[in-house]
Design a protein around this ligand. Sequence first.
Ligand code: ADP
Ligand code: MG
Length: 377
Amino acid sequence: MVYCTGEKWEGIGLRVRSLELHNFRNYSELALAPDPGLNVLEGANAAGKTNVLEAVFLCALGRSHRTARDAELLREHEPFGSVALELETRGGSRSIRIELIEGERKRVLIDGAVTSRSGELMGCLNVVMFSPEDLALVKEGPAERRRFLDMELSQLKPSYYYNLQQYNGALKSRNLLLKETPIRYDMIELWDEQLARLGSRIMVERARFVSDLSGTAAALHAKMSGGKESLRVAYEPSVPFADEDRLMETLQEQLTDRLERDIFRGFTSVGPHRDDLGLHLNGHDVRVFGSQGQQRTVALSLKLSEIELIRRIRGERPVLLLDDVFSELDAARQARLLEVVSDCQAFVTCTHLEEFAAIEQLAMQVWHVENGRIAEV
Ligand SMILES: Nc1ncnc2c1ncn2[C@@H]1O[C@H](COP(=O)(O)OP(=O)(O)O)[C@@H](O)[C@H]1O
Ligand SMILES: [Mg+2]
């Protein structure tokens, strides 16, 4: 069932030409040459569909989207595994390889060369993942929304990722010092300088990103709700600021002001690790008051906006990973999603092909997934 022909290769941005798995999750060996357009992975529960998306995501962000423990990725009872991708980008072809070794840190290779910093991977392969857990982005606490901001910004700007890594390291050090006795004020002061310097950069980037995101998300949401709902996305920084140039000092002052309280509570109470993203529908906080349907549509609007932003900022269309999202959408939202998907390479999972309302009109390559094996349909 291959409707897709060669001409679809033209005008498509980034694409995965081949994917090879070795002892990854429930795959012992897999070699896949995906279609440059829409790839549908169809199969029963626990067949290994999400694992394929996870492998692509791993090559994009250097980590899994569903676990922080790399050991889980290695096929059970195997000491060594790998994921290898051949990519076609605007600037030519490129290969990414992740090696998983039992009891060791994973190795990342770009074009055959081992990278020492995981940040080097950022921006090589931009992906946008849609999954049922996206609902958490709207419904759960601020940590989920910060994760969303961090993931997007890291892909768009590798320098953001480095700042964030350093910031998190500094934060950890300060939090440890807060719990020590006697308190070493001179040491804390040193970390405060670092936190203010790195933290202000992170917050400025977030503010700019959200201001870009808000217009796009509002337009997409209006379209999806048939003009009935207006979405407002706003950055809610832990320290409100109007003047970017003064933010570093403001942050530093706040850290100093709150020091005694932070010592008492044992953690740092101000900085980008306390930011949030405000989401309002027709003036109401959708994080708290939204219905399940509204929250789902807002999550979808945010995700679709990501695609737009990556296109605009990187000048390249991202690879889309859609995990079990179609079954939960009505026909109108499916159509909207497919419209966006249609000019990117996409990997879409489902348990039944009938989940697609518009199945007859779709050009796609269907792959049947069963027990860690994939066959062309
Ligand atoms: N490290 C691992 N080694 C072997 N099998 C694994 C590993 N991790 C997950 N699995 C298996 O992978 C399957 C789940 O794959 P997944 O891609 O999530 O399924 P689905 O098709 O429902 O998306 C389960 O059968 C699970 O036991
Ligand atoms: Mg799954």
